[in-house]
Design a protein around this ligand. Structure first.
Ligand code: NIG
Ligand code: FE
Length: 420
């Protein structure tokens, strides 16, 4: 008989639905259904049942069912669906605290990038690290983020910037997928920055992406999506358009970095290509909001990046008020977001972006799942979904989670129906 988990006496079971909700937009984002004094039953890795404690199915203490049941008492605690982190650069070779100090002394993120730091700095370090070492480091980080309550994640390449090294990162992600207790989606981001040797020959690098990287990646099935950093000083709208046209031919949907450094047309080109998501959006005005309204593209804010490198926050409040869905992710990377905790994201969402706790949780669960095409299996507590949940410490209210910024309220984590 398979082991089952019964979580009983849950103070509040939050983020439940019937499994049919794929994303939440506008006012729906403020609704987070919950049951007080609840139970949650997990079987064969899936959510089997949940409800009020009055209906809790505790088998007879002498039965074999009872013997196979792992009972967790969650008195005073909340249970929530695990976070879905839809944007990370988790595979990297080295941290970049020297650039952090340069920014303290007055250099901007863009100035550091122009001087060969930033993404190129990370690429140089990654190019000289073996696939095995990258894998071991990344696996350790993956286990760390699972303990922080993340139950599905996207990981991008983009620190390789040569055919060999982009394939190397994507192979690392593929290996992670095989051993990971949580679902991973891989995104090819060869168009993250122009390598120095191509600074005067942009077309040369784009040809490399289109003629060499994309065909090999598609042939080996190494990526689910294709990303381009479409922004000031990086890839232009026309270059992005060209790369995405070829990515589509190889069956890769788009997930775009855009509008981080200016009103650069990233949103419009993403929507034109029916991108699954367009991420960053620190520079979002009326035109971008209108464009997103007529699309299925999920806008993804990355508040850690705003906090850490000192740029504006995505105007998430105005976007929700305009009826849009909003998703939030960590952007975990060594340059602009060295913190992988989704619980800090929800604190920033509330304090800096003026989202309510309910909106912040929807933005980091069901809408994150939508941005990774995982809404049918992840992002909420629904019968038949993968049993990815976390149990908090004893807390007085839902708002206490984002209120306790920087302090982790995640106590116990269950992924794929197993205590992690
Ligand atoms: O999403 N903006 C582009 N790429 C990453 C940062 C990469 C880096 O600085 O290493 C981001 O913030
Ligand atoms: Fe990013």
């Amino acid at each position: 008989m398979s082991t089952q988990i019964l979580i009983k006496n849950i103070k509040v079971l939050a983020g439940i639905d019937d499994g049919a909700v794929l994303k939440k937009s506008g006012r729906e984002m403020s609704k987070l259904a919950l049951i007080e004094n609840a139970f949650l039953l997990i079987k064969d890795g899936l959510i089997k049942d949940f409800g009020s404690m009055n209906e809790c199915p505790i088998p007879d203490a002498l039965s074999t069912e009872y013997y196979a049941l792992n009972i967790i008492d969650a008195s005073g605690k909340f249970v929530l669906p695990s976070f879905v982190d839809s944007h990370t650069h988790l595979v990297f070779a080295a941290t970049r605290e020297e650039e952090f100090v340069m920014r303290i002394k007055g250099k901007s993120y863009e100035e550091i990038a122009e001087a060969g730091g930033g993404i190129l700095n990370s690429a140089k370090k990654l190019q000289s690290m073996s696939e095995d070492e990258l894998f071991e480091n990344a696996l350790q980080r993956l286990h760390e983020i699972i303990r922080f309550g993340t139950g599905a994640i996207e990981i991008k390449s983009g620190y390789g910037l040569t055919v060999k090294d982009e394939l190397k990162i994507l192979r690392v992600i593929q290996r992670l997928k095989k051993v990971s207790p949580i679902t991973i989606k891989a995104t090819f981001l060869g168009a993250h920055a122009f390598p120095i040797e191509f600074k005067q020959n942009r077309k040369g690098y784009i040809d490399l992406i289109v003629d060499e990287m994309l065909p090999q990646i598609a042939a080996e099935n190494l990526a689910d999506y294709c990303d381009v950093f479409c922004d000031q000083g990086f890839f232009t709208v026309d270059e992005t358009d060209y790369i995405l046209t070829h990515a589509t031919k190889h069956g890769l949907k788009a997930k775009i970095h855009g509008n981080e450094l200016g009103y650069t047309g990233g949103v419009q080109v993403a929507v034109k290509h029916h991108a699954l998501s367009v991420d960053h959006l620190e520079f979002t005005g009326e035109a971008e909001i209108e464009c997103l309204k007529n699309s299925h593209t999920m806008p993804v804010g990355l508040p850690n990046c705003s906090f850490f490198i000192g740029i504006p926050y995505m105007p998430a409040r105005a976007m929700i008020d305009a009826g849009l869905p909003v998703c939030l992710a960590t952007d975990y990377n060594p340059g602009s977001s060295p913190n992988p905790r989704m619980s800090f994201i929800i604190s920033l969402a509330c304090t800096q972006m003026k989202l309510t706790p309910e909106e912040a949780i929807n933005a980091t669960t069901i809408n994150g799942a939508f941005a990774l095409e995982l809404s049918k299996t992840h992002g909420s507590i629904a019968k038949g979904k993968i049993a990815n949940v976390f149990i908090t410490k004893p807390i007085p209210s839902l708002a206490f989670i984002p209120y306790s910024f920087g302090v982790d309220m995640v106590d116990e984590v269950i992924v794929g129906g197993k205590v992690f």
